[in-house]
Design a protein around this ligand. Structure first.
Ligand code: HEC
Ligand code: HEC
Length: 93
C-alpha cells in the first residue's frame, strides 16, 4: 500500500510539472505573438540583415516622440524593440 501512495504522489508531481510548464510557455508566448511585427518595407528592410541589438539603435530615430512615427502613449517599456516586435517571415509574406 505505501508503494501505491508513492506512485500517486509521483503522478501528481509529473502532472504539476506538465501543467505548470504549459502555462509558463503560454504566458511567455502569448504577448509576443499578438504584438505587431516589424514591417518589411523601405523603412525597415535594412534591419533584417542586422543583429537585433545593432538594429535597435536606429529604431528611435523615427519611433521617438519627436520622430515621424511616435509610439502610442501607453506603449510598454521599450528597450529591446525586437524582443516584442518580431521580424516578419521573409518567405511567406
Ligand atoms: C526611417 C524611419 C524608421 C525607422 C528607422 C524605424 N521605423 Fe518602424 N515605422 C516607420 C514608419 C513610417 C512606420 C509606419 C508605416 C509602416 O508600416 O512602415 C513604422 C511602423 C513600425 C511598426 C508598426 C507596424 C504596425 O503594424 O503598425 C513597428 C512594430 C515598427 N515600425 C518597428 C520598428 C523597429 C523595431 C525599428 C528598429 C529596428 C524601426 N521600426 C525603425 C519608420 C521607421
Ligand atoms: C515589452 C514589449 C515591447 C517592447 C520592448 C517594444 N514594444 Fe512596441 N509595442 C508593444 C505593444 C504591446 C504595442 C501595442 C499593441 C500592438 O502593437 O500590437 C506596441 C506598439 C508599437 C507601435 C505601434 C504599432 C501600431 O500598430 O500602432 C510601434 C511603432 C512600436 N510599438 C515600436 C516599438 C519600438 C521602435 C520599440 C523599441 C524602441 C518598441 N516598440 C519596443 C510592445 C513592445
Amino acid at each position: 500500500m505505501p508503494n501505491m501512495q508513492k506512485k500517486k504522489i509521483l503522478i501528481y508531481n509529473i502532472l504539476f510539472v506538465i501543467i505548470g510548464g504549459g502555462l509558463l510557455l503560454f504566458l511567455l508566448r502569448a504577448p509576443a505573438e499578438s504584438t505587431a511585427r516589424m514591417p518589411y518595407d523601405d523603412n525597415h528592410a535594412r534591419f533584417y540583415d542586422m543583429g537585433k541589438k545593432e538594429a535597435e539603435k536606429f529604431c528611435e530615430s523615427c519611433h521617438s516622440p519627436e520622430g515621424e512615427m511616435a509610439l502610442p502613449a501607453e506603449h510598454p517599456p521599450k528597450y529591446r524593440c525586437l524582443f516584442c516586435h518580431k521580424k516578419v517571415e521573409k518567405n511567406g509574406s
